[in-house]
Write a protein that binds this ligand. Sequence first.
Ligand SMILES: [Zn+2]
Length: 417
Amino acid sequence: MHSVKVFCLFIVSAWLAATGAAQVQSIGIAGDGEFTRITITSESSMRPDIFLRETVDGMVIEMVPETFRLGAEPFFAEPTGGIYAYTLDTDRVVFELDRPMMVMREIDLPPSGSEGLYRYILDLSGVSETRFRNAARRDEKRFARFEAARSGAPIEPEPIEMAETVPLTQPESPSAKPATIGALMQMAARSRRVIVIDPGHGGRDPGALAIIGGKESDIVLKTSLKLKQMIEQDPRYVVRLTRETDVYVEHEDRVTKARNWGADLFISVHADAAGAPTVSGASVYTISTRGEARIEGTARKFGWDLPIEDGTSIEVSNILQDLTLRETKSNSSIFAEFLVPELGKAGPLVRNSHRQGNLFVLLAPDVPAVLVEIGFLTNREDARRLKSERGRRKSAEAIKRAIDAYFDRQDLILATN
Ligand SMILES: [Zn+2]
């Protein structure tokens, strides 16, 4: 078990003078080092400056809020996920890392609900040592300038000195701990996930034609509407469709819509066609390596900008972009791996049912996405299944179960060390 180092310099005058200072109520840490989330709740917005640094203590992430003081009974989570200790100073929090990680995302949330607390979320992602080092070197000057400006004198920054060490013991009482951690985990998890369902084709583009009559655009729309109905009944999600009627929607508009809605998951629903009528079964596509090579250019063309702060250097932007792409790709694959066996319960699967394709609707750089072919319209049995009310329900249920499994897993990662 790691110990929490909490260094407190009780310079009372300074702390109390800072009226309106962000009163920190809790610090939560969750994740596995590959992806780690720090969540800090406070009574007002902290608006911190973040620095990656290499110090005598090793690699650290230093967070200096505009103003900062501790609440009456703050809760500190045990360090985990690549953070082996963290220290509180009078004006900052220093997270000590046991592996190189960088900030992937910073989220500053205003209070919502009865809790009335601001939440500051820092998502970290594992990177190579070289990357960390380069970033830390860049942050060095910024840090020096920052410290000089803060002290009001153009001096070289000195390592932070800790006057007194107060070891913070974890709450022992079983009644106190689960409640607090539970609350933290709720904070860490986004309240409602946005699922975007994309019924393929539509309007002047009917897609494949079924051997028993009917067109792909209609069949996948009905399945998508059924799926929408099921997801809607689950309070954990918000669901949107890129089309709800028989209209044509450009490929880029499907992706743009999903991004504008803040999609956490994008599922394009199609039905397959083959020359041989014997070919049947469902399959799931994620982006191929060739498709991946298109992402950057396509994103630039259609203005799918990543939420990277203005003024971020090109080098850091590139790193953040890499991290986002990697996370998106891995999440897409994880969802596909959940989806395939579920589809197998609803009907046959094709061989190698998780496939890679160079498909335009899978090109969003920051939304995990799959394209599911729910079966072959050129196969009589598949076509019957896909057109029937029962078959439709089974396909939709399979996708819904995979959505649940995928987000349950995400919650679990955030909730466990
Ligand atoms: Zn299609």
